[in-house]
Design a protein around this ligand. Structure first.
Ligand SMILES: [Zn+2]
Length: 335
């Protein structure tokens, strides 16, 4: 289970760029796990859990969930759980909120949440305890790990994982909501902490967190939708902040935020779709951040997620709040 970049370059192939090369992308993601002899595999060990999530989720969206062996995936995830209940990026790595949330998302995706409690592990409750131990009960914010960095990303991932586990009542939800409100700026966006500039990645974490707890009413949707739709550039691609270059991963953060607040139609969806397709390598598979750059699993995932949000034919529909296939979250909460 790995995360590596290359070998191909987006837009470097000779074939038509008007269609998603699904078979190539499936083969590309499968190949990542077989390149363990490469040095880069070991350099990226600190991202292993997220890498597996990006690959697995992209495969689900492309209707090839079986392309990564299920039991091996479950075994890998469980092997990353530590004594404190949290998950590290790889076996033996310190627990962190981001990897813990990715682990929970993946266990839901492969229907293995109950495996957390197998053979007396009591793993589910330990996950909940780990997450709730990272909340500052005064301000409502969450830390990423025991070392104390705070960030609206951790508020989102904490609420996401707890919501999937049905344990939101174990933390101070109202205080988390008011913390998010303090991060709102005059331009309608949200920053990493109160007083920090608006950034698309941070905006999605705040908007999705408010969606999870049913408080989208707190968002000035027209003001935020205006700022978000101004992220689309002439190329059709989206940037993360004013004056920055377009990048495929913002196809996810910007467009998912617009979708959640019901303003996705405020951008040119066809131009965005064409931009993402120009970033794929039609010969070797994989998607890059921009046309002509090296592909990697991170941008492959967010490119496909963006296309799914745009209802690209043949892809599973994505849930913009939980960043998982909509069918899976719908069935999960209907249990
Ligand atoms: Zn990017």
């Amino acid at each position: 289970m790995s995360l590596v970049s290359g070998p191909g370059r987006g837009g470097g192939g000779s074939s038509s760029q008007s269609e998603l090369c699904t078979d190539k992308h499936v083969a590309y993601i499968k190949s990542l796990d077989t390149r363990r002899d490469e040095l880069e595999y070991w350099y990226t060990e600190h991202l292993r859990m997220n890498g597996v999530y990006w690959g697995l989720h992209a495969l689900h969206l492309m209707n090839h969930p079986e392309a990564l062996p299920r039991q091996e995936t479950v075994d890998f995830i469980l092997s990353c759980q530590n004594g404190d209940g949290g998950f590290g990026a790889a076996p033996g790595h310190d627990s962190h909120m981001l990897y813990t949330a990715s682990a929970v998302q993946m266990l839901v995706m492969v229907d293995a949440v109950d495996d957390l409690d197998k053979s007396g592990r009591d793993g589910k409750q330990r996950v909940v305890s780990f997450i709730s131990s990272l909340q500052d009960r005064e301000s409502g914010v969450f830390k990423g790990d025991e070392w104390g960095e705070t960030d609206t990303r951790f508020v989102y991932t904490a609420l996401l994982a707890l919501s999937l586990l049905g344990k939101l009542d174990e933390v101070e939800v109202d205080k988390a909501i008011s913390y998010i409100q303090q991060c709102e700026n005059l331009d309608g966006g949200y920053g990493v902490r109160p007083g920090h500039e608006s950034h698309s990645g941070q905006i999605l974490t705040c908007v999705a967190a408010l969606a999870i707890v049913g408080r989208l009413d707190l968002i000035d949707k027209d003001r935020l939708g205006t700022w978000l739709s101004e992220r689309q550039l002439e190329s059709g691609g989206l940037n993360g902040r004013p004056e920055k270059l377009e990048d495929v991963c913002y196809s996810w953060w910007v467009a998912a935020s617009l979708d959640i607040i019901g303003r996705l139609h405020w951008i040119d969806r066809q131009k965005l779709e064409a931009f993402i397709l120009r970033c794929q390598d039609p010969d070797e598979g994989g998607i890059a951040d921009q046309p002509g750059n090296m592909v990697d699993v991170f941008h492959t995932h967010f490119g496909i997620a963006g296309l799914s949000l745009l209802h690209y034919p043949g892809l599973q529909e994505i849930d913009p709040v939980y960043c998982m296939p909509k069918e899976i979250t719908k069935n999960w909460f209907a249990r």
